[in-house]
Design a protein around this ligand. Sequence first.
Ligand SMILES: Cc1ncc(COP(=O)(O)O)c(C=O)c1O
Length: 375
Amino acid sequence: MTAQLPARKPARPFFSSGPCAKPPGYALEKLATESLGRSHRAKIGKTRLQYCIDLMREVLGLPDTHRIGIVPGSDTGAFEMAMWTMLGARPVTTLAWESFGEGWVTDAAKQLKLDPTVLRADYGQLPDLGAIDWSNDVLFTWNGTTSGVRVPNADFIPADREGLSFADATSAVFAYDIDWSKIDVATFSWQKVLGGEGGHGVLILGPRAVERLETYTPAWPLPKVFRLVSKGKLAEGVFKGETINTPSMLAVEDAIFALEWAKGLGGLTGLQARSNANAAALNKIVEERSWLSHLCADAATRSTTSVCLSVEGADEAFIKAMAGALEKEGAAFDIAGYRDAPPGLRIWCGATVNVEDIEALGPWLDWAYATTKAA
Ligand SMILES: Cc1ncc(COP(=O)(O)O)c(C=O)c1O
């Protein structure tokens, strides 16, 4: 180990877990701007919103059984819209193994007062997925961004479930294979794997979710931005680019740029190949260093997007100093773990990150570790 500055810096030192790095080659000037300064209900606006929806469907490989729409409030808005409009019809189970899953537990228990069954696990672990009662509606986070733990696949969701499955899939879509037949509700935001902007969420509804919306009215009031049903029927316009309220067309154009980039890579498989290569390169760095380890010990449930690492002997102050030193040198931005997670590093390995930049990070981690230890 050496405290000398490494020779080569990551060219794009953007390893934040959200908002994530922009797609390689991104520049504001490259965005289409014809729809800006126009009504989003004019033909140009509606056409671009529909095009964005079509691209998402194509790149995700989303089957025709599922609707996909753009909603307010980023991933949180989309997930809470689903919770507030559909929960309460049957008992609820919420799964939590990190901060965002805990957030949905809080919503269900303290705000909606649904007295949910909660299946929990510590940071780095997954709860017992076999213990889920699927006569309940079940809420889970596909990829826990703050612990780097994900569900391995959708095999734990039975095809003949009585309840609905709700997946917060914001750090999972465009990175993993998702068996959509097992998903009744999924949500995400462009700011993650696509490297897009926050502000808008994306809501995916399977047929059983639509049935719930059309046959069940929750006991609590719904603000306008959550209303998906009109006169007992699904507001189909939301899934055709007729947004509930005014969207940011700039954010939409930004998402279109990312989706066209993704399509150019071959779509989902191209995105997955990039993310998997990044995660493998980071894993090699971890394996070569005795002082670095994965927070999630089990490779089968370890994230390949938000990879969380433990640093031997490091407390919060150590991590802060280490990440701060890397930031000061312009070698790595935003890699300190999430504020509620155990002290550690978190390095985004989604598709918008280039593998050579992950590779170049290894010597910089050595440098930052040695420098911080010596201080
Ligand atoms: C798993 C998960 N859920 C929800 C959110 C909140 O997303 P947003 O800020 O887009 O609403 C995040 C953001 O990091 C997340 O990682």
